[in-house]
Design a protein around this ligand. Structure first.
Ligand SMILES: NC(=O)c1ccc[n+]([C@@H]2O[C@H](COP(=O)([O-])OP(=O)(O)OC[C@H]3O[C@@H](n4cnc5c(N)ncnc54)[C@H](O)[C@@H]3O)[C@@H](O)[C@H]2O)c1
Length: 284
């Protein structure tokens, strides 16, 4: 396939809206699909709001902002992806719904389209197996928030062919991300390293009886981390981190992957970090 001209994004939640924003800012016509028209409008408003803030900060011209928002078409129908060169899926992190969606996309999309999943913890190979063209399925794993975090991991599943893999890699660069190539293994690259490391940090809270503030101060000043581990887990969401830990533990059976009991209890109590205004820290 030549250049990607039209992109579809399925699911305009936290990740999908951010990915759609990157695409329209890069000048790519984008079709965004939500389950209801209202959810679609909410996502478009959020994208418009972020781009307006960029105008206010002098990072974007008003006309460029309006053109970018104008490049996003909303739909509730998957048929709208029939002409897309690349479709990026960012729906709920469950294998069943993702496989159902990929089977539908397989029926609807052009044979030469590239189908990508933003899954964090599921197997791209297993998602691809729901289609008749697993060679055209790749992982494009963005980080949260997608417009701000530079990395995208381009994941080669068991049967991914070179051309769709390189198309996804090139597209990642075109929308301003720093792409890296990797294979379809649990946690891919960054989460495979980061999740057990953060879990170790939380275990140290109990073992060393250090406070979250002092642990964060320690890692920032002694290890050069830009954020402390407790600040980072609060930002990611304690429920999201516990979920990702469970998925990695399930796949690798290494004790360091399992969520520390302290985090599980926090998740059960609804102390989810920034989004609930209470986690290791409290937020106004
Ligand atoms: N949040 C993160 O930090 C993060 C980071 C990287 C990757 N991811 C991955 O991105 C994907 C989306 O995560 P998110 O945080 O944006 O979730 P989210 O809940 O914010 O958004 C998911 C969206 O998909 C839609 N949706 C839900 N179920 C659907 C279905 N069955 N069919 C079609 N649409 C459906 C919902 O309406 C919702 O808007 C997941 O696979 C997640 O693992 C998340």
């Amino acid at each position: 396939m030549g250049e990607v001209r039209t992109v579809g994004v399925v699911g305009l939640g936290a990740m999908g809206a951010g990915i759609a924003q990157l695409c329209v800012e890069a000048g790519v016509d984008t079709v965004g699909r939500e389950v209801t028209a209202d959810l679609g409008e909410t996502a478009r408003d959020r994208i418009g709001h972020f781009l307006t803030r960029k105008v206010e900060k002098g990072q974007l011209e008003q006309a460029a902002r309006d053109e970018a928002v104008g490049r996003l078409t909303l739909t509730t129908e998957l048929d709208a992806f029939a002409d897309c060169d690349l479709v990026i899926e960012a729906i709920v992190e469950e294998l069943g719904p993702k496989q159902e969606l990929f089977a539908e996309l397989d029926r609807i999309c052009r044979p030469d389209a590239v189908l990508a999943t933003n899954t964090s913890a599921l197997s791209v190979t297993e998602i691809a197996s729901a289609t008749t063209r697993p060679e055209r399925v790749v992982g494009m794993h963005f980080f949260n928030p997608a417009p701000l975090m530079p990395l995208v991991e381009i994941v080669r599943a068991e049967l991914t062919a070179d051309e769709p893999f390189e198309t996804a890699f090139t597209f990642g660069g075109r929308i301003g991300k720093t792409p890296i190539r990797c294979h379809d293994t649990p946690g891919f690259v960054v989460n495979r390293v980061l999740i057990p490391l953060l879990n170790d940090c939380i275990r140290v809270l109990d073992e060393s009886r250090v406070t979250p503030e002092d642990l964060d101060t320690g890692m920032k000043n002694g290890a050069g981390w830009p954020m402390g581990p407790c600040e980072l887990i609060d930002l990611v969401g304690i429920d999201i981190h516990v979920h990702a830990s469970e998925a990695l533990y399930e796949a690798l059976r290494e004790p360091r992957m399992a969520a520390p009991p302290r985090l599980v209890r926090m998740a059960q109590a609804g102390l989810l970090g920034r989004k609930t205004k209470r986690g290791f820290y409290t937020y106004d």
